[in-house]
Write a protein that binds this ligand. Structure first.
Ligand code: MG
Length: 352
């Protein structure tokens, strides 16, 4: 008799496009282990990510603005959920594997530092050998989670996490096969990430008073639409139709929509990510992270994981600790290590 998992694996074969990844055809886990009775491999991976500590910490990590006080700004967690929703919409229409898509989306930013891209730049300059969040995401799922045993995810989820990032200049579609994810599901995340952040960062920047809708580049608005929801709909539809037109050989966008989307991204870099407010925040984040980097390496006992120091060295242990922090954890630890506690002696009438 077949298990529930085997029935579901068979259903994937019947329902999904031939180009879709299939759980039963996975290249396997980092270390072999018996599969679950109920959940096919990619679904199981999605669940492991949701139950991880690094996933819960995303709620207190900055997306764009340093520890935003307003309740309506995106955090790294809500960004992740928006990416997942956009990516699943695309996967569903194309009959690709929704749970694989979701697992990669939910895991793609686990390695982000505190203080957003600012924090990433600071760590990159502090750590010998540099730092980037997608390698750290992979290290979290492979090594750090589950008390040092890792989540033991499938090759396809790990590949998607490792190859989602585009940086400031990279294209979300049409890149060389050696640089993009091997599965179409992984390639969806690369484009869904951009669709999500370009739109929600504009929305947050307007909310913060850094931008007005009228400041957006006119030519791009003409192609994409005047509101976030119109732009997301336009981009998603474009990805779906262009990918179908190409016979699902790769995830694609039309030239017009791609050009307009990249124009929006360049505008955001200038107006929001690299403007004066962001530069001021960079200096603060840099002060905090540099102070912590020096202090935890000088005094590792009780702060750093001894097992990592023994196997990978002090710098790696300090990197894992700092990169894993939420914004508020970093601020609190900094205060505890660097700011003297106010001393209040016995209180009586004659001190007034
Ligand atoms: Mg992202």
């Amino acid at each position: 008799m077949s298990s529930i998992r085997e029935v579901l694996e068979q259903r994937e074969r019947e329902m999904l496009a031939p180009q879709a990844a299939k759980s039963a055809d996975s290249r396997g886990r980092l270390r072999p282990e018996p599969e679950d009775d109920v959940r096919p491999a990619f679904q199981h991976d999605r669940d492991r990510i949701i139950h991880s500590k690094a996933f819960r910490r995303l709620k207190h990590k900055t997306q764009v603005f340093f520890a935003p006080a307003g309740d309506h700004y995106r955090t790294r967690l809500t960004h992740t959920l928006e990416v997942s929703q956009i990516a699943r919409t695309i996967a569903k229409v194309l009959r690709l594997h929704e749970e694989l898509t979701e697992a990669i989306a939910l895991g793609h930013d686990l390695g982000h530092t505190p203080f957003g891209h600012t924090g990433e730049r600071v760590l990159d300059s502090l750590i010998p050998g540099g730092f980037n969040h997608y390698e750290q995401s992979l290290r979290i799922v492979d090594v750090l989670e589950n008390d040092g045993r890792g989540l033991n995810l499938t090759w396809e989820v790990r590949d998607g996490i490792a190859r989602h990032s585009k940086g400031k200049e990279g294209s979300p579609v049409g890149v060389d096969a050696s640089k993009r994810a091997a599965t179409l599901e992984g390639q969806i995340i690369r484009v869904a990430d951009l669709i999500a952040y370009v739109n929600h960062d504009i929305d947050d920047a307007v909310r913060a008073g850094m931008l007005k809708a009228a400041d957006l580049p006119k030519a791009a608005v003409e192609v994409l639409g005047a509101t976030s929801s119109a732009r997301i709909a336009r981009m998603v539809k474009d990805v779906v139709t262009e990918t179908q037109r190409g016979g699902l050989q790769g995830i694609r966008m039309s030239d017009d929509v791609l050009r307009a989307t990249l124009a929006m991204r360049s505008f955001l870099f200038e107006a929001v990510y690299e403007n004066d407010v962001a530069t001021g925040e960079f200096k603060k984040a840099s002060g905090i992270l540099t102070g912590l980097w020096e202090k935890v390496r000088e005094r590792p006992d009780g702060l750093l994981d001894r097992r990592i120091i023994d196997t990978d060295g002090l710098d790696t242990a300090a990197k894992d600790f700092l990169a894993g922090m939420t914004d508020r954890f970093a601020v609190t630890l900094y205060e505890r290590l660097f700011i003297p506690k106010p001393w209040i002696g016995p209180i009586s009438w004659n001190q007034l």
